[in-house]
Design a protein around this ligand. Structure first.
Ligand code: HEC
Length: 302
């Protein structure tokens, strides 16, 4: 009977320990908050496991004692492991010996007993006193922590997260969502990218050379809308010698350089312009290609 109980307790402990290992693996959270939650959960599991270990050790020690002395063996035989454990945790006087702690106060048959406080409660209370002293000392006396500072820090952190999110949004542009930038900073950034990557084949002023076509005229081989130009830059035309830039430039950068080409290079007068290639691109043509624009459809019907 006892060995069976031993085995089941050991089995339960092993089970809990292995679940602890499993929960420890889930701490690879994304945000700090996730990590904190995982940490708290792990701490709770650790506390439960520790409690179980202590109980296991207590039970094992008791059984070891029972095996050594005949009196203890007799005592162990009369009390079940559970009631013994309850006794240890509550420190309550057994019902048979109640008279020893009777205070002599009897109210309509309800007697007052002078039981000790349950140890688990008492030590919890002491621990909370120690915690309160440490907590008060840390937060109110010795550190310069204030809830206002914490608020400011939290807002700062939020701002950074938001800025990072917005930066990611910029780099979410693709050939469907890309728009022509008109801000000076975006165009200037596009110019820098162009000078660093594109001049070898398109010329420093975009006029084209033996390899690449003129980017300043109204004629485009692959279309002259912002979406067309972005697409050409992104996927390239490998067989004609135009590099695909999608793995080299970020989407936001491809948008900037495309906007620089259409917003500044196009219409400028390069020193030695290469003869136009492709078709004359006019923005109206693009409207015709977009039938979901109800006004252009209406115009076409007239
Ligand atoms: C290795 C040479 C080379 C480099 C570097 C290069 N291009 Fe090109 N590019 C070409 C060639 C060649 C074509 C013509 C492709 C064709 O004929 O289909 C072209 C075409 C284009 C077109 C389409 C022109 C049209 O008429 O439709 C755009 C836009 C363009 N390049 C932009 C860029 C940008 C922006 C960069 C730098 C980030 C760049 N290119 C770098 C060789 C290059």
């Amino acid at each position: 009977m006892n060995t069976l109980r031993n085995k089941s307790i050991l089995f339960l402990t092993t089970l809990l320990l292995s679940s602890l290992g499993a929960s420890a693996q889930t701490t690879g959270g994304v945000s700090e908050q996730d990590l904190l939650l995982a940490l708290i959960a792990t701490m709770i599991v650790v506390a439960l496991v520790s409690l179980l270990l202590v109980i296991t050790i207590m039970v094992l020690v008791r059984q070891k004692k029972a095996a050594l002395t005949p009196e203890a063996a007799a005592a162990a035989a009369t009390t079940s492991g559970w009631s013994w454990l309850k006794e240890k945790l509550t420190d309550a006087v057994p019902v048979e010996k109640e008279s020893s702690i009777d205070m002599g106060h009897n109210y309509d048959g309800i007697r007052e007993l002078d039981n000790n406080l349950p140890p688990w409660w008492k030590y919890g209370f002491y621990a909370s006193i120690v915690f309160a002293v440490l907590y008060f000392g840390y937060y109110q006396m010795f550190s310069d922590w204030s809830s206002e500072q914490e608020y400011v820090a939290a807002m700062q952190e939020h701002k950074e997260v938001r800025a990072a999110y917005l930066a990611r949004q910029v780099d979410m542009v693709n050939e469907e969502s890309v728009t022509l930038l008109s801000d000076a900073a975006g165009i200037a950034a596009g110019k820098t990218i162009f000078q660093a990557n594109c001049v070898a084949c398109h010329g420093a002023d975009g006029g084209g050379n033996a390899i690449g076509p003129n980017l300043t005229d109204q004629y485009w081989i692959h279309g002259g809308s912002i979406k067309n130009v972005f697409t050409t830059i992104k996927y390239g035309v490998l067989e004609k010698g135009m590099t695909p830039w999608q793995d080299i430039l970020k989407p936001g950068e491809m948008q900037q350089v495309a906007s620089y080409i259409l917003g500044e290079l196009q219409g400028s007068s390069p020193a030695a312009p290469k003869a136009p290639q492709g078709d004359l691109y006019t923005p109206e043509l693009e409207k015709e290609e977009a039938p979901d624009d109800s006004t252009s459809v209406a115009l076409a019907v007239q």
